[in-house]
Design a protein around this ligand. Structure first.
Ligand code: FMN
Length: 245
């Protein structure tokens, strides 16, 4: 999460929960990885087996060489962000706008995979603008699955992305979440680990999501209450919407 999962915040999460969870860095533009290649631990965070570096970008060569730099530095996984709606990101032609051209994402993925052996995963939305049907979402995922080395893990923010007229903040609560679309997709791809994201604030809801998919990514709840991780670790039922926890 940009400006949140900084190297220091990632350290805090490790102090709280060790390596029990997978942590995602801020989204970094691939070009920035080149610029900071001599001190990636300070720029991105300490390389650890459970830290995934998230990249944004649309130039397959730059994305691939950035991923190679990350692999050589000791990072163990890279994730491509195709879910960010911010205006700057759109102008840079990366993030969620790329969901409109899945072939380009597939090209980026192929190029990255040619240069590295670490896993390269994708974080997407369930749709974008008027491309908002199960068929679109399925077709999008299928394009990625046709790659020589398909993503070994897909993370889905279960809300479609609206590129015009909403701020990124608004687009994290509008339109409503559609978990069902993710669960339907998971049934079609039983061998593809799928992580659902969006709106999870209680351990009960996380647990019930895990009956249907392989992982549950939580963002703002940990941003606001990093100790939420302890409640997961201790198996406590914790409801952040109630005051009496
Ligand atoms: C301040 C902030 C920064 C974010 N930065 C990123 C980012 O860099 N990459 C990303 O994939 N999602 C980013 N997101 C979106 C979250 O990862 C997540 O998809 C979204 O908040 C929905 O999940 P939640 O309801 O658990 O927070 C950001 C969200 C916030 C609030």
């Amino acid at each position: 999460m940009v400006d949140i999962t900084t190297p220091n915040f990632l350290e805090l999460l490790h102090i709280i929960s060790g390596e029990r969870h997978v942590y995602y860095t801020e989204m970094h533009h691939a070009q920035a990885i080149h610029q900071h290649q001599s001190h990636l631990d300070r720029f991105v965070g300490t390389p650890r087996p459970n830290v995934v570096v998230q990249l944004g970008g649309s130039d397959p060569k730059i994305m691939a060489t950035a991923t190679r730099l990350l692999e050589d530095y000791g990072y163990s996984e890279v994730n491509i962000n195709v879910g960010c709606p911010s205006a700057n990101v759109q102008h840079g032609n990366f993030g969620a706008v790329l969901m409109k051209t899945p072939d380009i994402i597939a090209d980026i993925l192929e190029e990255m995979n040619k240069m590295v052996s670490i896993p390269v995963t994708v974080k997407c939305r369930i749709g974008v603008d008027d491309l908002d049907s199960f068929d679109f979402f399925h077709g999008f995922v299928e394009t990625l699955m046709q790659c020589d080395r398909p993503p070994p893990h897909l993370i889905v923010h279960a809300r479609k992305c609206i590129l015009k007229g909403l701020s990124p903040k608004q687009n994290r609560s509008i339109p409503p979440l559609n978990y069902q679309r993710v669960y339907e997709l998971a049934k079609l791809y039983p061998n593809l680990p799928i992580t659902i994201n969006g709106g999870f604030t209680t351990t009960e809801d996380i647990r019930s999501a895990l009956d249907q998919v392989d992982g549950c990514m939580i963002g703002r709840i940990v941003m606001d209450s990093p100790l939420f991780l302890q409640h997961i670790d201790h198996g406590k039922v914790y409801n952040n919407r109630k005051d009496d926890h």
